[in-house]
Design a protein around this ligand. Structure first.
Ligand code: ANZ
Ligand code: ZN
Length: 804
């Protein structure tokens, strides 16, 4: 056969596909929407790690295409936000310019993957035609009371000089730049995602998503059941309400702790404690969240005041400590040192009494050295509750407390409303006008998009105002309601705004009248398969669900979950598992590999490198093996296609087994074992072809069909050489007939130096290596010496020649 020349083959088919697209919408085929998380167009371009997700989604798309679907497989650009802006500032060019350049470069690189992307559907979040709708959604939320203003201490990144959402703070640091996050009191635009907490939680059940991601969202929403209990402040009319998930332990509450930010914190100080209390409150406000969360050693101060435990009238001291968070529950807790680790540590340090109220076998522990935190056991030291099972009481206590009139049953969520404004330039302007008479007025819908104006200086100011605040002619406007002089909102939206709904826009990206037409939404949405990294589990993937539910509620779409199925690919790392990055100098660019080995080989190696859901170490040498395999496959098909061999029981069996194995592995997303499967079957087929003097055409064709989603160019070329004029992708995905796969076993003689020494039962389609290995086991005792020859006459005899 003509040797495989990847460059010629790939060029030929790339051109051909441009003129004759393989994915056509005939209006009859069912749609299948396979989506990649769209990239930030950063200046660094793509490395082989980025390719992984794109190849996975393309393999999946082509597989679905061959199963008879019309594939919606779009691509676009998440181009607003800090990464693009930080890059622009570093390089000293306007973000719009650098973004456009980066998009062009990455688009070229993405095209090298030979993915089925339909560029007619392209979207870019920074295009006014796109962000018109990002702003429109905000206006709808505003009208429904889901977007509101609030001044409060938010997370602030001193390096990015902007406020951040809770979801953007990872282990106390800025999700973008890693700087420790501090607090800053700022007026904010908030989105009321908490109004959707229960639906966001319950509807996780509907989704075919990795359990890990569902759990992360469940924990992030953090629904817990408990009670609010009121403690009267001794000698005053004030009361402190605490939130507890363990009201059963009420008799063991020997002190209380308030967050230093609690409204009563300073008021509770007495003459003697005032200085210390104010000092503690001040010091806490200066500390970053990281320090507060990561503190090993508990700190705190006694206020000098006492509260009355409503269950038994005991007088308990009130402390301040920053291990209690101001914005969770009520910002105040009742402390039960015998049954809570943090309270135990605190009580030990400050010599506060510890009263055990739950006992394992009814026995009290002498000298507790740690808290007993299990919610099982019998109540002790608990008055009327003594002898009850704590697990039962845990459920009943809220109602008892309610009846006593000292509290109520409550549900709590960790989820907070979404801090939605950024003090940065490169984002969608928030379409609100502040009128001294009418208050906040949304920009009228027919005036959207509200375009981002040009500025001289787009650097963040650090003052808590966005650079837009400096442009007087933009800021000053008139109120759309009353015509009075008014000011524009100058904050911009976070980068998540566009990505929360972009997947809806692809299918109707030129529509100037609607975000997406009903007709197209019904026909093409929602996304059937979403592929991307797991790092967005509680960011983008939560926000998108919220937006989708909102758009469902206002009648834009009929479904209320955006992504039916989700697959998270692992990262490709450099040697020793180190993340690929320019600064580490370990970035592998696909460009050279494509030149030397071709796109097909690179695609296959991306899949072969390891289980797609796990991280995998890149090794350039690995691609050699895949490349050799492709050459062998090429030769197998071309050498045998014209021999006119008829199908045999063996070839039929191998063919069906091959279809079965590849398809089951593909269905379970075990893409690396699909590739190793191709290698195994290629060897079997080469073997069989030699034995039978050729392979029937149907078996060769089946192999080419199966490999097509992975190595589309070589498959298309071989398909043509096999005599087809239509694309291989129009050919249906083959079916495996399980009956035809069944192995018949045969018994054959095993000889050593021509003498029969035993018999072995093997599959009639066993390859030479398999047969010889099985045979050797049976005659192991006669194999002393050096084996000089191994003969397998298929289906008949095994003979091993040994020299003493
Ligand atoms: C008494 C108690 C006894 C508690 C016990 C626990 C164990 P989740 O499940 O996370 O909702 N808590 C309440 N508000 C807090 C705040 N703002 N900062 C820090 N801790 C706070 O946890 C609720 C429990 O965390 C509550 O139940 C409270 O301590 C504490 F044996 O109350 B518990
Ligand atoms: Zn930052």
């Amino acid at each position: 056969a003509v040797p495989f020349n990847h460059r010629a083959v790939e060029e030929k088919w790339r051109k051909h596909w441009e003129e004759h697209p393989v994915n056509v919408n005939d209006g009859k085929k069912p749609k299948y929407y396979c989506l990649d998380m769209f990239p930030y167009p950063s200046g660094n371009g793509l490395h082989v790690g980025h390719w992984r997700g794109y190849v996975i989604s393309d393999v999946w798309s082509r597989y679905k295409l061959m199963q008879g679907h019309y594939i919606i497989h779009p691509m676009g650009w998440d181009a607003f936000g800090l990464p693009a802006e930080n890059y622009a500032i570093k390089m000293g060019v306007h973000p719009a310019k650098s973004t456009a350049e980066n998009v062009a470069n990455i688009k070229r690189q993405i095209n090298d993957i030979a993915a089925l992307y339909d560029w007619n559907m392209e979207v870019n979040t920074t295009d006014p035609k796109f962000y018109k709708w990002t702003q429109w959604i905000f206006v709808q939320m505003f009208k429904k009371g889901l977007a509101y203003e609030k001044e409060f201490p938010i997370n602030w990144c001193p390096s990015c000089k902007t406020g951040l959402a809770n979801e953007e703070v990872v282990n106390g640091c800025c999700e973008r730049c890693g700087t420790a996050v501090t607090k800053k009191n700022l007026r904010q635009w908030m989105l009321k995602i908490t109004a959707y907490a229960d639906r966001l939680l319950n509807d996780l059940d509907k989704l075919d998503w990795p359990e890990k991601v569902k759990k992360m969202q469940t924990d992030w929403i953090g629904k817990s059941y408990g009670a609010e209990v009121d403690f009267k402040v001794d000698g005053s009319d004030e009361k402190i309400t605490v939130y507890t998930t363990r009201p059963d332990t009420l008799h063991g509450a020997t002190f209380m702790v308030l967050a230093p930010e609690h409204a009563l914190a300073a008021k509770l100080a007495t003459e003697e404690t005032r200085a210390a209390v104010e000092d503690y409150i001040f010091k806490s406000s200066m500390r970053s969240n990281v320090d507060r969360v990561q503190d090993k050693e508990k700190t705190g101060v006694f206020t000098g005041s006492y509260a009355i435990n409503p269950i038994n009238g005991a007088k308990v001291p009130i402390w301040l400590s920053d291990y209690v968070l101001a914005d969770y529950g009520t910002g105040a807790i009742m402390c039960v040192p015998a049954h809570d680790d943090r309270d135990f540590e605190f009580a030990k340090k400050f010599n506060i009494p510890i009263i055990q109220v739950i006992a394992k076998d009814g026995k009290e522990i002498e000298n507790m050295t740690e808290a007993y935190t299990e919610a099982s056991g019998t109540m002790i030291n608990s008055g009327e509750w003594n002898g009850m099972e704590s697990a039962v009481l845990k459920k009943e206590a809220p109602l008892i407390i309610e009846k006593m009139g000292v509290g109520k049953k409550t549900v709590n969520y960790k989820l907070r409303d979404w801090v939605f404004s950024r003090q940065r330039y490169w984002g969608e302007p928030i379409p609100i006008i502040h009128c001294p008479k009418c208050g906040n007025v949304p920009v009228p819908e027919d005036q959207l998009p509200l375009e981002l104006p040009e500025v001289e200086s787009y650097q963040p100011t650090g003052t808590g105002e966005s650079p837009l605040a400096a442009i007087d002619e933009w800021v000053n406007t008139t109120c759309p309601c009353c015509g009075a002089p008014a000011k524009r909102e100058t904050n911009t939206m976070p980068q998540w705004a566009g990505s929360s709904w972009y997947f809806l826009r692809y299918v109707d990206n030129h529509n100037d009248e609607e975000l997406v037409s009903k007709e197209k939404a019904d026909k093409y949405l929602p996304v059937d398969m979403y592929i991307g990294g797991v790092e967005h589990a509680v960011l983008h993937l939560l926000y998108s669900r919220f937006y989708t539910k909102f758009l469902h509620d206002i009648g834009v779409i009929d479904f209320d979950e955006p992504f039916t199925k989700l697959f998270n690919q692992g990262m490709i790392t450099g040697k020793n598992g180190i993340k690929m990055s320019k600064s580490k100098g370990n970035v592998v660019s696909p460009d050279d590999l494509i030149r030397d080995y071709g796109c097909d080989a690179l695609r296959m190696y991306e899949m072969f490198v390891g289980p797609p859901e796990l991280d995998a170490e890149w090794d350039d040498r690995g691609i050699d093996g895949v490349s050799r395999f492709l050459k062998r496959f090429w030769n197998l098909v071309l050498d045998n296609k014209d021999k006119g061999a008829k199908e045999t029981p063996e070839s039929v069996k191998i063919r069906h087994k091959m279809v079965y194995d590849i398809t089951t592995r593909l269905n379970s997303f075990s893409l690396n074992t699909v590739i190793s499967g191709f290698m195994e079957y290629n060897n079997k087929l080469i073997d069989l072809a030699k034995r039978q003097d050729g392979l029937d055409k149907e078996t060769l064709e089946t192999a080419v069909t199966l490999i097509a989603p992975f190595a589309p160019h070589i498959a298309e070329e071989l398909w043509e050489q096999l005599g087809h004029s239509e694309t291989v992708f129009a050919h249906g995905w083959p079916d495996a007939d399980e009956e035809a796969m069944k192995d018949d076993e045969i018994e054959i003689a095993v000889q050593v130096n021509g003498k029969t020494r035993g018999t072995v039962t093997i599959s009639s389609s066993a390859a030479k290596e398999e047969a010889i290995a099985a045979g050797k086991e049976v005659v192991a005792d006669w194999l002393k010496g050096t084996i000089v020859k191994e003969i397998y006459v298929p289906g008949r005899i095994i003979n091993i020649v040994v020299k003493p």
